[in-house]
Design a protein around this ligand. Structure first.
Ligand code: MG
Length: 459
């Protein structure tokens, strides 16, 4: 069976030339334009939307089509060209746009591309708003403009400079530059290379950049996981660098390699950034239910607090706005600092981690050791919606002693660890994330879930 086009809260994702075509993108652009014009606060005479794309070869086609669709509804468009996802979040607020669009399929393979939507606050539409856009698209309920009211297209080349200024404002540039860090950067030939090299130059780093051409021809698997980053690990060792940074194609996620050339895991990115923030300020952090306890330990030590949200950047960002959080993000290497923008941002992660190294004078491996000490396992298994529901019910009975949180699937907190079980929104699978004080303890919980699965699926 051919794969379905996915339309979710974060936009549309599909396979180019199969289910995601130019004509679909035009109509989706017009659906977004119609939604913006019909919003209660969308009655201004002219509305604008800024649009950027990652480096995939299909990006130009898809971006042109979305621009066409927006202009057809009378929306003006600011074309940012090849930029990172967080850059669009920064620019739409800077230019006071009514919305933003990013053409990216994030860490998915090259066959995919996607259209990600942001509202004027820089956050993806909440579920009811996303549903309205989807309905406009599916029912072809498009408010097309007449010939004198079509949108116009302009370009901006201020994106990198604007974004870098905002990131530099949250750290002590001179203190970092004084250290002259040696850094290896792997941008997987995505959108991150150009702007990140400029940021690192501003921070006085000696940079070796690999896979930094925005060709969209990914030099390795595009997700910044250990298996995909052996080249970066080798380069850090060969260059005797202080640290290695890896971005995904749209540069919202960041993974770190220590000075020994060892991948330390994406969970550490947010934890290290939070370690710096909590060393300076006391306040509230926000992260999703699947993210490591390291951030709770750091918050507790600093007299702060962590609010847990459902999985998804928009949920974290909305909570951060609501509670005026000083740091937030997700355990997949996504760090959010509202002073820069409400989007996961690898440049923010890089700047905060370098600041932490500069201030403490400690190596990145030592800093990671100081906050670690947990064992974490992330896995998924096939389960239809009805099976997932049964598995959750059985798990509630089996783990009746644990503290239960049901915002997004079930999260069980035990004295010696936690377990998060949730059904995927986009595929017929369940995700299981376990973190415990050691591997055997984590395995104990995984084995219990396996027993529940076997029993459920046997019926
Ligand atoms: Mg991404």
């Amino acid at each position: 069976m051919a794969e379905q086009l996915i339309i979710s809260v974060s936009g549309m994702r599909g396979i180019i030339g199969e289910n995601l075509t130019a004509s679909i993108a035009v109509e989706y652009g017009s659906a977004f334009g119609t939604f913006l014009k019909e919003k209660p606060d969308g009655k201004k005479e002219r509305l604008s939307v800024c649009i950027g794309r990652d480096s995939r070869p299909s990006g130009e086609m898809l971006q042109s089509a979305v621009i066409e669709g927006l202009c057809a509804t009378g929306i003006d468009v600011v074309d940012l060209g090849i930029v990172t996802t967080p850059c669009v979040g920064v620019m739409l607020r800077e230019l006071a746009c009514a919305g933003g669009v990013i053409i990216t399929a994030s860490h998915n393979p090259i066959a995919y591309n996607g259209i990600k939507l942001l509202l004027e606050n820089g956050v993806a539409p909440p579920a009811p708003e996303a549903e309205k856009i989807k309905r406009c698209f599916l029912e072809k309920n498009l408010a097309l403009a007449d010939s004198s009211h079509c949108g116009r297209v302009t370009c901006s080349d201020q994106t990198d400079a604007t974004h870098i200024d905002k990131v530099l404002a949250i750290v002590d540039k001179e203190a970092i530059a004084a250290k002259g860090f040696k850094v290896v950067l792997d941008s997987v030939n995505g959108a991150g290379g150009r702007v990140t090299k400029k940021l690192l130059a501003e921070l006085g780093c000696e940079v070796t950049a690999i896979n930094d051409e925005p060709t969209g021809l990914f030099a390795h698997g595009p997700e910044p996981t250990a298996a995909n980053l052996t080249g970066l690990c080798d380069a850090v060792k060969a260059e005797e660098a202080d640290i290695g940074f890896a971005q995904d194609p749209d540069a919202d996620r960041l993974a770190i390699v220590d000075e020994h050339g060892t991948y330390i895991g994406e969970e550490y990115t947010l934890a290290l950034a939070a370690k710096y923030i909590f060393s300076k300020r006391t306040g509230i952090a926000a992260t999703n239910l699947s993210t490591s306890r390291m951030i709770d330990d750091l918050a507790e030590k600093a007299g702060g607090q962590v609010i847990r949200t459902a999985v998804g950047e928009a949920n974290v960002a909305a909570t951060m706005f609501e509670h005026d959080c000083i740091i937030g993000g997700e355990g997949n290497g996504g760090v959010i600092d509202l002073r820069v923008g409400p989007v996961r941002d690898s440049l923010v992660g890089i700047a905060l981690v370098l600041q932490l190294m500069a201030e403490t004078g400690k190596t990145i491996s030592r800093l990671a050791d100081e906050i670690g000490g947990y064992y974490m396992s992330k896995d998924k298994f096939p389960a239809r919606q009805d099976q997932a529901k049964q598995i959750l019910e059985s798990a509630k009975e089996a783990f009746a002693e644990a503290k239960l949180e049901t915002t997004d699937g079930c999260r069980f907190d035990f004295d010696d660890g936690w377990l998060h079980l949730r059904a995927s929104n986009t595929e017929p699978v369940m995700r299981i994330i376990v973190e415990a004080k050691d591997r055997p303890t984590a395995q104990k919980y995984i084995d219990q879930v396996t027993a529940i699965r076997t029993k459920t699926l046997a019926h």
